[in-house]
Design a protein around this ligand. Structure first.
Ligand SMILES: CC(C)(COP(=O)(O)OP(=O)(O)OC[C@H]1O[C@@H](n2cnc3c(N)ncnc32)[C@H](O)[C@@H]1OP(=O)(O)O)[C@@H](O)C(=O)NCCC(=O)NCCS
Length: 175
């Protein structure tokens, strides 16, 4: 589990506590469903590349293969005064045939632009690297400046495989 001081990722005076990044498991379905429910429509649409309202199903899908070596859902959890709240998630799945992992990511609206997304991508890369995966990739809307900025900062490059609406981003992992 990765633990980072919230002081490092949240503006002073906003809140206090610690953000932990950990693997999700079956007991997280309900809290993950609540997390998806509370996202703004814009963030949700960007995360799922379209409108979805079946949050309990989405949450169940995210943890359905928990424990499988090629699948991972990471949660960023704010731990504060004895309470834990999910503030971000990333779903990673390795495609054996294509020999690369794909991921999707979201951060709760009020916690965006505080470094949480970057920390989750870093943790996901470490997991993929440990599993011997050589490449990770993601697809996002061409207009999604936040995701494109995050991916660029994390070292991803545009593969050119997208279309007029979407960008395909990939990064080769060091072994
Ligand atoms: C994309 C997303 C996960 C980024 O998470 P985040 O926690 O806000 O990102 P970080 O704070 O770690 O930002 C890391 C870098 O990303 C880039 N970035 C983040 N937000 C940005 C914005 N609004 N505009 C431009 N660049 C941005 C910056 O380079 C930033 O580094 P910096 O703060 O040092 O400049 C978040 O905006 C989100 O949940 N978006 C909606 C869902 C989505 O688009 N998912 C992607 C498709 S699966």
């Amino acid at each position: 589990m990765s633990r980072l001081s919230l002081d490092a990722v949240v503006e002073p005076n906003e809140t206090s506590g610690a953000v932990c990044i950990r693997a999700a498991n079956a007991s997280d379905v309900e809290s993950l469903s609540i997390y998806f429910t509370r996202l703004s429509a814009t963030t949700r649409n960007r995360r799922f590349m379209g409108a979805r309202t079946d949050f309990a199903v989405l949450a169940a899908e995210c943890v359905a293969r928990a424990g499988h070596p090629d699948h991972l859902t990471l949660l960023a959890e704010l731990r504060q005064e004895g309470r834990s709240t999910i503030i971000g998630e990333t779903l990673y799945a390795y495609d054996t045939a294509a020999r690369h992992g794909d991921f999707a990511i979201s951060v709760a609206d009020v916690f965006q632009r505080k470094g949480v997304g970057f920390q989750m991508i870093t943790a996901m890369e470490q997991h993929a690297s440990h599993r011997g995966h050589e490449m990770i990739a993601a697809e996002t809307a061409r207009a999604n400046a936040e995701m494109r900025g995050l991916a660029k900062k994390a070292g991803f490059e545009d593969t050119g495989l997208g279309d007029w609406q979407s960008v395909h981003l990939a990064k080769r992992l060091m072994r």
